[in-house]
Design a protein around this ligand. Sequence first.
Ligand code: FMN
Length: 201
Amino acid sequence: MKNMKILIFSLLVTIFITPFSGAYAETVNVPDAFTVIHSRKSVRNFTGQTVSKEDLIKILQAGMAAPSAVNKQPWSFVVVTEGKALKLLAGKLANAGMLRKAGAAIVVCALPEKAYGQRRELAIIDSSLAGENILLAVEALGLGATWTAAYLYEDRMTAVRESLGIPENVIPLTVIPIGYPAGDNKPKNKYKPENIHWEKW
Ligand SMILES: Cc1cc2nc3c(=O)[nH]c(=O)nc-3n(C[C@H](O)[C@H](O)[C@H](O)COP(=O)(O)O)c2cc1C
């Protein structure tokens, strides 16, 4: 009888607490951070399926959760979902042909004017961290992506600016095609103990 009472009490507590436990609802079925980090890989083949706006918002939220110098958040994101626009971009970027079959693309832009001390370098560092968060969020959602470089290449930055109406003072850092992975995509094991210097170089 005593055991029965404990069981009923436990059940009532669980029923009462579960709806208020937002964190639980959010994390169910989501792989842990280490699994996501070690599963991430560049995906260059997609099925062509579209990516939902809900998933894109989650990915953008992850991007904007990145750290930035003095919390300046010197970034902006251009989200491209229309097939025609993705194909047009692919035609202009030889390094990002996979855009043709991607469901969407996020162009991570660095804003030097918003960066701490208006430092261009800080805008690029901060926005790169946002970009990595985006890649990890994509992996966590079971989608695939690749960092394709625009920044450093004047011709690619011009092509991206012209295609998407990005102003001259904004740096299009990377075009990240996102989609449902096709084919076999495997993460590489890059752990090299010789790259670690404990205490001193
Ligand atoms: C700065 C930078 C530029 C890159 N540019 C391209 C690119 O233009 N096209 C591409 O297919 N992959 C590009 N990549 C992806 C790399 O090739 C890839 O990350 C690397 O081979 C390691 O593979 P992994 O991402 O699967 O771990 C780039 C990655 C970085 C960090």
